[in-house]
Design a protein around this ligand. Structure first.
Ligand SMILES: [Zn+2]
Length: 149
């Protein structure tokens, strides 16, 4: 499976990993096709600034309002996963907490019962890596940077 992302969104994630002394993160909007996944929007959860993102705790519902507004204009798209940055010298590999969190989101009512999820991790000392979570397994997927999504 390929994870397709626009150049613009890819560089947004790269920049986020480079210019923060804190971990940054948010949600991914897009769709899964039979072969690939397409990320149309990378939305940052600003409420998590200056806090550890390791717990994925969301203090406000603001990010879901952003999601709803986007889906109004792009009915094919929906919530498809999460992204966050890792500090320097921590590779873009899911931590134990990351894995537990993603499995807790799979099938969760408040996330719309997702059956498949992407986790994008951006670390300043590693490339941006994509991980697909499904049922009780996860594996790395190739990222394809596209000019237009
Ligand atoms: Zn992580």
């Amino acid at each position: 499976m390929l994870v397709k992302i626009s150049k613009k969104n890819y560089f947004y994630l790269r920049q986020a990993s480079l210019n923060g002394n804190y971990e940054r993160g948010g949600i991914l909007i897009g769709k899964f096709t039979r072969q690939n996944s397409i990320i149309s929007h990378v939305v940052e959860d600003k409420s998590s600034l200056n806090t550890s993102f390791a717990s994925f705790t969301r203090k406000t519902k603001g990010i879901w309002n952003v999601l709803n507004n986007i889906v109004k204009n792009f009915p094919d798209y929906d919530y498809i996963g999460e992204w966050h940055t890792h500090p320097i010298n921590v590779p873009s590999i899911p931590s134990k907490i990351d894995v537990e969190t993603m499995f807790s989101i799979l099938g969760a009512k408040e996330y719309g019962y997702p059956t498949k999820l992407i986790l994008l991790i951006a670390s300043p000392s590693d490339k941006i890596r994509a991980w697909i979570f499904e049922e009780n397994t996860f594996l790395e997927a190739k990222i394809k940077i596209c000019h237009i999504i």
